[in-house]
Design a protein around this ligand. Structure first.
Ligand code: NAD
Length: 272
């Protein structure tokens, strides 16, 4: 399995496809992550709020540390300079790691007015060499602009809800302009209606692939990082088997017509 990698704006390389563990209970995370590592995944996406950093960390010793790319996220209640430094220590302790590959502010929660102070702590952690790359999640253009204006440090990544029903054109254009890598969460639309879409089904039949594989291939070809989640071993393998075929320009264009503001998760401007 050859995993494509992308270079972030500080020179760090990140696998373009990783494994997400949201809603995987701590006790099941070790088995799920072990299965993913066996299938060839090297990038794992967790978060303090998922409550499975310990279980995730337990699976990691199966692979050399320098082959892994581990992401976790700071929860909203821990925003603020000092509390961020404490929360980071706690996440690393649970994961059983000395350094992290990517740390993300999970949500901007603008009502708290703390994301700039939080970002200053992230910058410090990176300076100290405790995390290789720093980024954000669920940030809108206005939040990104404020971070950049007030600190001069551009996030390496913005992890946002993105799938063919919510294509995030404005944010993707902003990211491209500022050198921010777009990372898609819920890349499969959480396995709902999207995977039964007739346009996707037709393309899937033509390539003799599953709907999930067509959607993941669309993400990869438009330059997104993706972190599909599954706890089913056959699907874990299926979701990484997407580096040996290609969609045509016409197929990419057909998938791009599916955009319909189909947000599943909360609105980042108001979520607290
Ligand atoms: P997803 O789009 O990855 O969908 C996962 C679901 O799709 C699975 O539970 C399963 O029901 C189904 N599925 C998976 N593979 C399939 C296949 N091959 N065929 C058919 N069905 C399949 O949704 P997600 O878990 O919400 O998102 C992925 C990851 O993104 C999460 O695990 C988490 O790491 C991250 N995430 C981040 C945020 C954030 O706020 N930053 C929010 C949500 C998720």
């Amino acid at each position: 399995m050859v995993l494509n990698t992308l270079k972030l704006n500080n020179g760090v390389t990140m696998p373009q496809l990783g494994f997400g563990v949201w809603q995987v209970p701590d006790a099941e995370a070790t088995t799920a992550v072990a299965e993913a590592l066996k299938a060839g995944y090297r990038s794992i996406d967790t978060a303090a709020i998922y409550g499975n950093e310990r279980g995730t960390g337990e699976a990691l010793s199966a692979v050399d540390r320098d082959e892994l790319f581990i992401t976790t996220k700071l929860w909203n209640a821990d925003q603020g300079y000092d509390s961020t430094l404490r929360a980071f220590d706690e996440s690393l302790r649970k994961l059983g790691l000395d350094t992290l590959d990517l740390y993300l502010i999970h949500w901007p929660t603008p009502a708290r007015e703390l994301y700039v102070d939080t970002w200053k702590a992230f910058v410090e952690l990176q300076k100290e060499g405790r995390v290789r790359a720093i980024g954000v999640s669920n940030f809108q253009p206005a939040h990104l602009r404020r971070l950049i204006d007030e600190t001069g440090v551009v996030p390496a990544v913005n992890q946002i809800e993105l799938h063919p029903y919510l294509q995030q054109g404005e944010l993707r254009a902003f990211h491209a302009q500022h050198g921010i890598q777009t990372e898609a969460w819920s890349p499969l639309g959480q396995g709902g209606e999207l995977l039964g879409d007739p346009v996707i089904a037709e393309i899937a039949q033509r390539h003799n692939r599953s709907a999930a594989q067509i959607v993941l291939r669309w993400h990869l070809q438009i330059g997104n990082v993706v972190i599909p989640k599954s706890v089913t071993p056959s699907r874990i393998r299926e979701n990484i088997a997407v580096f040996d075929f290609e969609l045509s320009d016409e197929e990419i264009a057909a998938l791009s017509t599916l955009d319909r503001s189909g947000r599943i998760g909360p609105n980042p401007d108001t979520f607290n």
